[in-house]
Design a protein. Structure first.
Length: 116
C-alpha cells in the first residue's frame, strides 16, 4: 500500500523534472524579448539611413543588391513618390509629349481644311 508521503514525494520528483525542462525555455523567451526590443529600436535608425542612401542617389534595387532590405518603418515626413523616368529634351518622344498641340504636318485632315 502506498502512503501519502510516497505519493507527494513522487509528485515533487515529477514537478522538479518539469521545472528543469522549463528553465532553458524561460531563458530563451527572455532573450527573444530583449532582441525584439533591440530590433525595434534599430528600425527607426535603419529607416532614416535607408532614406538618406536613396536621397544620395542609390536605388532600391542597388540597395537590395548589397543586402539592404527595404525598411519596415520609414522616417516620418512626406510619403515617397514612385520614380518615373524623365525624358531628355531634344528627343522626338520628349518633344511630342512636351508639345500640347498636335503636329500640323502629321494630320492629313488638317492639311485639307487649310486654304492654300
Amino acid at each position: 500500500m502506498t502512503t501519502t508521503d510516497q505519493i507527494l514525494k513522487r509528485a515533487q520528483e515529477l514537478h522538479a523534472a518539469k521545472m528543469a525542462a522549463l528553465a532553458p525555455l524561460a531563458e530563451l523567451v527572455a532573450l527573444r524579448e530583449e532582441l525584439r526590443r533591440q530590433l525595434s529600436e534599430s528600425d527607426d535608425a535603419y529607416g532614416r539611413a535607408y532614406a538618406d542612401a536613396e536621397a544620395a542617389g542609390w536605388s532600391a534595387v542597388e540597395l537590395a543588391g548589397i543586402g539592404a532590405e527595404t525598411p519596415q518603418r520609414r522616417p516620418k515626413g512626406r510619403p515617397r513618390k514612385p520614380r518615373t523616368p524623365r525624358l531628355q529634351s531634344g528627343t522626338a518622344q520628349a518633344d511630342e509629349e512636351a508639345s500640347p498641340l498636335p503636329s500640323q504636318s502629321s494630320s492629313p485632315a488638317h492639311q485639307e481644311a487649310v486654304p492654300s
